[in-house]
Structure formats: structure tokens, C-alpha cells
Design a protein around this ligand. Structure first.
Ligand SMILES: [Zn+2]
Length: 322
């Protein structure tokens, strides 16, 4: 990795003063504790070079991110079944300074809803949306990873379900009569021996492997599925998604491809969950409590396929971005 060379390089100070000690870059001094870091260990404004922070994990709430190289950002979202959703995002500017865009300072616990709330607006009447500042400019090219699939599906059956879920976003699929006005697309690119870049048992994005992968595994026990999205920061325009990995938590939850069946019990619809995760890939964020009929609501519901079909706010969010 080329950046590692920069990260440990001995810096020559201006004026020929000679090599500085490692841990000081352009006057920024930093020393980090061992092990997992939190946001107070590595506050916004720190130099990842001075702190030798690239490759280190920073945690917030129930989520973690591995600090990427300069010019990159990474965002993680967890779809919860109880308690608040997890979101955490960090960026490293081209000159190496860390920032935490968006929500972590203002993150609020949302009321946990285990079923659609009848007091909330109907999906076609609810214009709420929230968006990130990254976009998927090119087709989202993705693979199916190693190992088991949600719903114990074969990889080929899972491919069809994932493809359908992502298409729900790229086609603005809705039953509100809203036209598909956004030109985003996807392309399935085969199976891979790579896995989604998640730490075992945790909603923590590891270093990216440059292959966008959908797979199944173990996440935090309250998180149904996660989306790790990496993007390149581009001057003057929204950041550009370069990789996105979706993982279903099959260690703690059961999924189904047939949620409407009478026999469905305690299972989550893999296409509804996948549609929500694909929303994150194309830059949609969660909507707050009170919008439980929208795909980008923070929780998913047992044996419920509703989130496969976008609501008004979901479509408006995509139109706003693309
Ligand atoms: Zn989510």
C-alpha cells in the first residue's frame, strides 16, 4: 500500500532543520493509544500522518471504521431491529486531516418500532428523506461473496434477490405513480472469493479490498444488515463511491425470500433489507422516527416486504441526488 510509506516517512522540516521525530508532521504532534480508538482519541482536525492513523479502527456507538488513506471517506450504516440505527462516517482530506461528516455529533436515539406504525404517514404521502454527500456516478458493480447466503439461498438464487433489491433503487420502484427520473445503474459481476470487508461479529468496516461484495456473516447482535461505503473525495463535486459491501447478519437473524407466506415467522425479507442497503450505496441516509412506511426508515419489520417498494421520500431523495 503506497500510503504506508508516507505514513511512516521521516519528515524534513522547512529550513533544513533535519528529520522530525515520527509522530510529528508539519508541526502536528500526535500519539494514539493502543487498540481500538474512539472519536475523542482521534478528533476532527488531526493529521492521519502525524497520528499514523491510517489502518487504525475508530469506533462510535456500535459501529467502527478503519481510517482510509488521504482523499478517501468511509461510511457505515447498520439496520437495527431494536434501539437506534448505527451510522458512522469519517473522511480524510487529500492533505491528511480527519473529519467526521454529518451525524455523529447530533445522533439521536430513535424510538424503536417493531412494526409499521399506523400513525405514521403512508409511504406515498411521506416526502421525508435524508441524503449523504457521496454519489454512485458510474454503474454500481458488485459481486456475491464466499460462504452462505441469507435465507439459505443458493448463490444463484441470492443473485436474483440482490439484483432485484438493487434495481428497486436504480429503477425508483414505487407504487405511488412516481416516474423513474434518475439515471443510476448497477451491474452484477459474478461470484468472488473475497468477503465483505467487516470485522468478525461487528459492524466495523475493515480496510477495503476493492471488490464490492454482498454476503452474509456475523454483525452486532441488534444489527440486521450493514452497508460499508467507501468514496473518493473530489474537489468541487460530491464524493464518488468506489466500493460498497453489504452484509446480512445471518448469525443472529433468519431471512426469507418469501416474507408474504403464511408460514413466515420471525424472518426478515432479504429483498426489503437489500433495497434499504442499496439505498445507502446510492447515497440515501436514514429518515427519523415517524417515517416507518419509507424504505429508508431505520428499522426493518418481521415478515414484511414493504421496504421493497420505495415511498415518496425515498424517490425524492434519489431525484435530489441524481
Ligand atoms: Zn440503514
Amino acid at each position: 500500500m503506497s500510503f504506508a510509506v508516507i505514513g511512516v516517512a521521516v519528515t524534513v522540516l522547512p529550513g533544513g532543520l533535519g528529520p522530525a521525530v515520527v509522530g510529528t508532521v508539519n508541526g502536528h504532534r500526535c500519539s494514539l493509544p493502543e487498540g481500538s480508538l474512539n472519536v475523542t482519541d482521534l478528533p476532527a482536525g488531526r493529521s492521519v500522518m502525524a497520528c499514523e492513523a491510517v489502518g487504525r479502527v475508530v469506533s462510535f456507538g456500535g459501529a467502527g471504521l478503519t481510517v482510509p488513506e488521504p482523499g478517501m471517506g468511509v461510511s457505515v450504516d447498520g439496520l437495527a431491529v431494536s434501539g437506534g440505527p448505527e451510522h458512522f462516517q469519517l473522511e480524510v482530506s487529500a492533505d491528511g486531516f480527519i473529519t467526521y461528516p454529518g451525524q455523529y455529533e447530533t445522533r439521536k436515539a430513535v424510538e424503536s418500532a417493531t412494526s409499521l406504525k399506523s400513525s405514521d404517514p403512508n409511504a406515498c404521502a411521506d416526502a421525508a428523506y435524508s441524503i449523504y454527500d457521496y454519489v454512485e456516478r458510474d454503474a454500481y458493480v458488485w459481486h456475491i461473496g464466499d460462504g452462505g447466503m441469507p435465507g439459505a439461498l443458493s448463490r444463484s438464487a441470492a443473485q436474483i434477490a440482490f439484483l432485484d433489491a438493487i434495481n428497486n433503487i436504480t429503477d425508483s420502484y414505487n407504487d405511488c405513480g412516481l416516474t423513474d427520473d434518475v439515471s443510476v445503474s448497477q451491474r452484477y459481476s459474478g461470484t468472488t472469493s473475497y468477503e465483505g470487508d467487516y470485522a468478525r461479529g461487528s459492524l466495523t468496516c475493515t480496510e477495503r479490498d476493492k471488490v464490492s461484495t454482498w454476503d452474509a456473516g456475523d454483525l452486532n447482535s441488534n444489527v440486521l444488515a450493514g452497508a460499508c461505503v467507501w468514496y473518493a473525495i473530489v474537489d468541487g463535486v460530491p464524493a464518488d463511491v468506489i466500493e460498497a459491501d453489504v452484509r446480512y447478519n445471518t448469525a443472529d437473524f433468519d431471512f426469507t425470500n418469501n416474507p408474504r407466506r403464511e408460514t413466515c415467522k420471525n424472518k426478515y425479507d432479504m429483498r426489503a433489507v437489500g433495497t434499504h442497503e442499496a439505498g445507502h450505496i446510492f447515497g440515501l441516509a436514514h429518515v427519523s422516527d415517524g417515517h416507518s412506511d419509507l424504505t429508508m426508515y431505520t428499522n426493518s419489520f418481521i415478515c414484511n416486504a414493504k421496504a421493497r417498494t420505495l415511498g415518496k421520500g425515498d424517490v425524492l431523495g434519489l431525484r435530489r441526488k441524481y
